[in-house]
Ligand binder design. Structure first.
Ligand code: C2E
Ligand code: CA
Ligand code: CA
Length: 681
């Protein structure tokens, strides 16, 4: 414990060393004092005994005068240390005896051994703590007697030493005290820089402040140590600074990476990954708390067209505006995320009831159908929404999203800008859709497709054309209607191979069909909206026409309004190339979807096909009759041919003919038939 620190060790050593030195000094001085004391008392005694011996010469020369001798001896009373004195005659017979005041006469006999005395030299000697002075009275040639004085040397010496000690000790203690205190102070001063260093180290370890420095003070070694520590601190603080800069950089990089990983770079909305993670957690929570969750899948209608015709920059700006606007329709706590492209997911907060869901969906559909103004362009866009509830997917993430997607697809099918809530029945449909989509490619490979032809007639019922309609007898699924598999093929990216197959097929069969008629007949081929976005299809068509030496004036392509409207510029570009080949263009299903007449003046059409829906409603609804009349009238003014499809009754035919319809198509005249059947009939 005492030797734990350098300071206590050196302090201890210093105290011990100083004490030892002091003790040594005291011991030596006492010894010296003792020697000096004995020397002086011996010479004093020598002088005294010599004088007395001289004085005794006259007293014992003749007849010893006892009284006089006693008087002489009594002079010794003044010397308190004298034990006793004896005067002998020359025969060593005791003449007189003197006892010192402090001497106990009982000790006397043992003390004086005559024989020993007689052999002793004259003078003063020390023996057993006594100073013994033996003097010859008279002359050596004529000895008269002897004088013996025995002085106590121990008692007085001890007394004297004690007095000396009493006097010296306080001084020694004072010196010791001053020396210890002084050395402690010096040590303190010497160790102060070290304690400061240790305090600094403690402070640094507590505060982690590496900018702290220590004053360079103290002895050379300590100053050097301080300097070294300061330069070490310099290095540490510059290293920590570098480290913290580095850490900061890392943190920022991590943040950026997190942002990149979790947020969509364009809209700043949570991305798919982030949303999925959140959805997974929310689903688990909802399942545990026996709550339901509602998910909205929404997809913009016609966004691709805008992207293609205005460029991606404008497309991006539109997406941003859509985002911004959509957010205003959502409630606090609703989580919107961009899945990619023009698809978004919204996790609705607090399981809204049906009415609330309806309201939110309406708000979004109506809100987004209002025009957007982007860089002075006015743009219109729609949105198809699908809504699913977590309970229908048994709280499974991918099923949940897939259900919302299925419902969204329903909305698209139902004519867009609408919202649909998922019901489990849709699941079965979806399975069927998947099966259909997966069977298309093998269907083409296995020759499961055929083309049927439905005649179009003039008012006088002569055949003026045919519409090629695809048929599919699937080995797996049986007969599948094109009304079912064409939209599925469009969705699953398989429509192009179907279109190519149809084109090749009609090229092969065209001449047989034309051979049946003397006058020129036109064969119409349906194109899907997806086809006219595919520039390579034009090259394929051209190559096929060249290969089969097709008279292009006999070919008409039917495209729907939606194909046109979704991608106006691209559609025009595509169809212009078709027209340049010599083919004509018909607008199919006119009036079924958008029914916007405005753009009709801007596109180059040959024929307008009035949708079956209008034909069905002729003479049923006044309004519909009026609209049909107006359409025919307007088409005539635009110099367009008018074809009415789905004519099933004579009444309808009569009305259409009376109003100036150029062509009629429908079961009333002919159902779609295979080439063999047509040839055979
Ligand atoms: P669409 O182009 O409107 O074809 C007319 C549809 O109406 C045909 O149905 C036809 O059989 C049917 N139809 C004709 N007259 C009548 C009638 O008097 N009464 C009734 N109820 N129906 C009549 P289909 O053949 O089932 O084709 C359905 C749709 O599938 C077509 O509608 C067309 O959009 C699409 N489609 C058919 N073949 C092709 C094809 O080769 N390519 C593409 N892209 N689409 C095709
Ligand atoms: Ca058609
Ligand atoms: Ca049609």
């Amino acid at each position: 414990m005492l030797f734990r620190t350098i300071k206590s060790t050196t302090t201890m050593l210093t105290v011990v060393a100083i004490s030892l030195v002091c003790a040594a000094v005291v011991v030596f001085s006492i010894e010296e004092y003792e020697r000096l004391y004995l020397e002086t008392t011996s010479s004093d005694l020598d002088g005294l005994s010599e004088n007395m011996a001289n004085d005794l010469v006259s007293l014992i020369a003749l007849e010893p005068d006892v009284f006089e001798v006693t008087t002489t001896l009594l002079r010794l009373d003044r010397y308190e240390n004298v034990k006793f004195a004896v005067v002998y005659d020359n025969e060593w017979q005791r003449i007189n005896l003197y006892f010192g005041p402090l001497f106990d006469p009982y000790d006397f006999e043992e003390d004086v051994q005559l024989s020993e005395l007689q052999n002793r030299e004259f003078g003063v000697s020390v023996k057993d703590g006594e100073l013994i002075a033996l003097k010859l009275v008279g002359d050596t040639r004529l000895p008269l007697g002897y004088l013996l004085i025995v002085n106590d040397s121990v008692g007085p010496l001890n007394k004297s030493k004690l007095t000396l000690l009493k006097r010296v000790l306080p001084l020694v203690l004072l010196v010791l005290f001053i020396a210890i205190v002084g050395s402690l102070m010096i040590q303190r001063k010497l160790f102060l820089p070290l304690s400061r260093l240790s305090r600094l180290a403690q402070k640094i370890s507590q505060t982690h402040d590496y900018s702290l420095r220590i004053d360079i003070r103290g002895k050379q070694e300590v100053a050097e140590l301080s300097r070294d520590i300061n330069s070490m601190m310099e290095t540490i603080s510059s290293e920590t600074e570098k480290n913290s800069e580095y850490t900061q950089q890392l943190k920022e990089q991590q943040k950026t990476m997190e942002r990149l990983a979790n947020f969509d770079s364009l809209t700043g909305l949570p991305n798919r990954q982030f949303f999925m993670e959140t959805l997974r957690i929310e689903l688990a929570k909802a399942k545990r708390d026996k709550r339901n969750l509602a998910l909205m899948y929404f997809d913009l209608d016609g966004f691709k067209g805008i992207n293609d015709s205005f460029g991606h920059e404008i497309g991006d700006l539109l997406l941003l505006d859509v985002c911004q606007r959509t957010k205003t329709f959502l409630r606090e706590g609703d989580l919107i995320s961009r899945l990619g492209g023009d698809e978004f997911l919204i996790l609705l907060h607090n399981d809204p009831d049906d009415i609330m869901l309806f309201e939110i969906s309406e708000r979004i559909v109506n809100g987004l159908s209002k025009p957007f103004e982007i860089q002075s362009w006015e743009m219109q866009i729609g949105v198809s929404i699908g809504i699913a509830r977590a309970s229908d997917s048994h709280f499974n993430v991918s099923e949940f999203i897939s259900n919302a997607d299925i419902a969204m697809y329903r909305s698209k099918m139902a004519g867009r800008s609408t919202h649909t809530v998922f019901v489990p029945d849709m699941m079965e449909d979806n399975k069927r859709r998947l099966l259909v989509a997966n069977s298309i490619s093998s269907g083409i490979k296995n020759d499961e497709f055929t083309v049927h032809y439905q005649a179009k007639v003039a008012p006088d019922e002569t055949v003026v054309g045919y519409e090629a309609l695809i048929r599919w007898h699937s080995e797996q699924l049986g007969f599948v209607s094109p009304a079912e598999f064409i939209p599925i093929a469009e969705q699953s990216g398989k429509i192009l191979s179907i279109t190519k197959w149809v084109i090749q097929q009609i090229c092969e069969e065209l001449n047989q069909l034309l051979g049946l008629h003397e006058g020129s007949v036109v064969l119409s081929v349906n194109l899907s909206a997806h086809d006219i976005n595919n520039a390579s299809l034009v090259d394929y068509i051209r190559a096929m026409f060249e290969k089969y030496k097709v008279d292009t004036s006999c070919i008409e392509f039917e495209v729907t309004e939606s194909a046109y409207l979704e991608n106006f510029d691209v559609a025009n570009q595509f169809l212009n190339q078709i027209r340049d080949m010599g083919c004509s263009i018909a607008l199919d299903d006119f009036g079924a979807g958008y029914s916007s007449l405005g753009y009709l003046t801007q596109i180059h059409l040959n024929t307008l096909k009035i949708d079956k829906q209008f034909v069905d409603n002729l003479n049923v609804s006044k309004r519909s009759t009026l609209v049909t009349k107006t359409i025919i009238e307007m088409a005539k003014q635009l110099n367009l041919h008018i074809c009415a499809e789905g004519v099933e009754t004579r009444e309808q035919a009569d009305f259409l003919i009376a109003n100036g319809c150029h062509q009629l198509q429908g079961y009333l005249f002919s159902k779609p038939m295979s080439l063999q059947d047509i040839l055979a009939s």
